[in-house]
Design a protein around this ligand. Structure first.
Ligand SMILES: *[C@@H]1O[C@H](CO)[C@@H](O)[C@H](O)[C@H]1NC(C)=O
Ligand SMILES: CC(=O)N[C@H]1CO[C@H](CO)[C@@H](O)[C@@H]1O
Length: 377
């Protein structure tokens, strides 16, 4: 309770947050910037040294899954302009169907090893977490090669698979469930499969079960991908191989969340958990209303908007890591500008919403974003 007050002071620009900032100054270079930096006259680069404020940006993905965004941000804006805090809002647990995936893969492995065709035309892997679990299940099935051609949503997901030797045979042009469902080639017409497929079988390319898709996913997925694929005549077997649960916050995480000015969200469940946790704190609503939400894609963005708590909510038109980082960086710059020039927050947010993210990563990873497409209730 006592510790809540300073955060509010910090977040309320008109009150005296200075002593508090001093207290935290040792923490990061960021805090030092707040008091000591002067706009350097010779410096033309806009974000740097413009005002005295360093902006606290929170990564809310699973523990240790926020490094990519942090790195992408550091490639765009100066490290002293922001402090990145990791405040995971979700955690992954084993799902009820993990063993079934192992069994299914083992069975497919036996078939392929015996020169038969796999029953499934594709395994659809739609998130980095899903990819990791899929690879674990392959190992548990004692398979060194994936017996089923894999299709992946998102660049990160595809990379994780490829690194482990499971090169996806198909990646949709946009990282959403809708795009995958619309673009996935029907098995009979797709004649190429991964070169990493078993060499003992010459006929992996034409499955005896055209259109059968194995879909290992989070238990939060409601089924957009399944529904749309079924509409196209695919047969879909959904396996809940992992469960997305709320992450626990210790006092340090809670403090980091309360210091945050820009929260980044890679999934609707992260948004919900963030809002829920902060709302429970005294002054939590005020705190949330001072924060901006930078979302990986529309699904998370809409979820954040629906909460009606954030100062502003932004997301790139095409979900992806690079576009997400760029929008987040724009928010940091806008925050610093606004803080410096006292201009209306809404000017900045409007400008951002109108700006289309350049260099958008069109095949970027929207994986977790799919959860709400999927997970929304
Ligand atoms: C997903 O699984 C977790 C852990 O078992 C559970 O707490 C949660 O309620 C489940 N969510 C849904 C939508 O089934
Ligand atoms: C010029 C200006 O308004 N600076 C403010 C930026 O924000 C910090 C804390 O949020 C204030 O202490 C500064 O006065």
């Amino acid at each position: 309770m006592v510790s809540v007050i300073p955060w509010l002071a910090f977040l309320c620009p008109s009150s005296s947050g200075h002593s508090l900032l001093g207290k935290r100054a040792a923490r990061r270079a960021c805090a030092l910037m707040t008091e000591s930096s002067q706009p350097s006259p010779g410096e033309a680069a806009p974000p740097r040294g413009e005002t005295g404020t360093c902006v606290v940006v929170a990564g809310t993905r699973e523990e240790s899954k926020n490094g990519k965004l942090k790195k992408a941000l550091s490639d765009i804006i100066a490290p002293e302009d922001f402090e990145f805090v990791e405040v995971p809002c979700i955690a992954a647990q084993a799902g009820p169907d993990r063993e079934r995936l192992v069994d299914t893969l083992a069975e497919e492995g036996r078939r392929v090893g015996a020169g038969e065709k796999p029953r499934f035309g594709y395994a659809a892997v739609t998130s980095p977490e899903g990819a990791n679990v899929f690879l674990e299940c392959l190992r548990s099935a004692s398979l060194t090669k994936c017996p089923i051609p894999v299709t992946a949503v998102g660049k990160s997901t595809a990379e994780i698979l490829a690194k482990a030797g499971v090169e996806p045979v198909f990646v949709p042009s946009k990282a959403t469930a809708e795009t995958l469902a619309a673009e996935l080639p029907s098995v009979s017409s797709s004649s190429s499969t991964s070169s990493s497929s078993s060499s003992s079988s010459s006929s992996l390319s034409s499955s005896s079960c055209p259109g059968r898709v194995l879909y290992p996913t989070s238990n939060l997925s409601l089924g957009t991908l399944e529904r749309l694929l079924k509409e196209r005549g695919f047969e879909v077997t959904r396996l809940e191989t992992y469960a997305t649960v709320t992450a626990q916050w210790d006092e340090e995480k809670t403090q980091s969340a309360a210091r945050t000015q820009i929260a980044t969200f890679g999934s609707p469940s992260s948004v919900r958990n963030w809002v829920e946790k902060l709302s429970l704190r005294e002054g939590g609503r005020e705190l949330l209303s001072s924060q901006a939400a930078a979302c990986i894609g529309e699904t998370s963005g809409r979820a954040a908007e629906k909460m009606e708590v954030f100062r502003e909510v932004v997301w790139p038109e095409k979900p992806g890591m690079d576009a997400w980082a760029r929008l987040t960086a724009d928010l940091v710059v806008a925050h610093r500008r606004r803080n410096g020039s006292e201009s209306s927050p809404h000017d900045a947010s409007r400008a951002l919403l109108n700006a289309s993210p350049q260099a958008a990563d069109h095949s970027g990873n929207a994986a977790s974003d799919e959860e709400l497409i999927v997970g929304e209730k």
